[in-house]
Design a protein around this ligand. Structure first.
Ligand code: SF4
Ligand code: SF4
Length: 169
């Protein structure tokens, strides 16, 4: 019969000799293989004590940015939500009132801004779409949780600390 491939192996069906029946050579071979791995460089790390360096293009937890005066950069234009393929971003816009210029950079701001991290695929499209450099993906790894509600990140969770307040401390 014509072979389909050349990978077929002929099985040796001759009766086992004494040493083969005692399984000693196979045991020694297995032990030798185990011992040889003791001296080899480990392929694993003792996480979380040891952490591997991330790739320079790693995209982690989102951050909402402020300007140099501490005002929120986001103007609630909705472009990030529009660009998001996972429909993970929701927001509500509000008008800035007189006297709130130190809080919000533009005349419109996000009164509510939420990202559902269970939907997010960390593609970075929101960051690319933002015309105000208001949202970016940081190098922080998102913490795990057993509670689904904890994965809905609100504006307060995403906003970076106000640099002005930090200086004044
Ligand atoms: S990283 Fe991608 S999936 Fe996540 S919120 Fe931004 S656009 Fe949506
Ligand atoms: S984060 Fe950027 S793109 Fe998204 S609503 Fe705010 S200003 Fe617009």
């Amino acid at each position: 019969m014509q072979k389909l491939t050349n990978r077929a192996k002929q099985i040796d069906r001759s009766p086992m000799n004494l040493s083969e029946r005692a399984y000693l050579p196979a045991l020694a071979k297995g032990l030798g293989m185990t011992l040889s791995h003791i001296f080899k460089k480990k392929a694993t790390v003792s996480y979380p004590e040891v952490k591997r360096p991330f790739s320079p293009v790693f995209r982690g937890l989102h951050v909402l940015n402020r300007d140099e005066n501490g005002a929120e950069r986001c103007t609630a234009c909705g472009l990030c939500a529009l660009a998001c393929p996972a429909e993970a971003i929701t927001m509500e816009a509000a008008e800035r009132k007189p006297g709130e210029e130190h809080l919000y950079r533009e005349e419109k701001y996000a009164a509510k801004y939420e990202i559902n991290m269970l939907r997010c695929i960390f593609c970075g499209y929101c960051e690319e779409a933002c015309p105000k450099d208001a949202v970016y993906l940081s190098e922080s790894v998102m913490p795990t949780n057993y509670n689904r509600a904890a994965f809905i990140y609100k504006k307060e969770d995403l906003l970076i600390p106000n640099p002005q307040k930090k200086d004044s401390k």
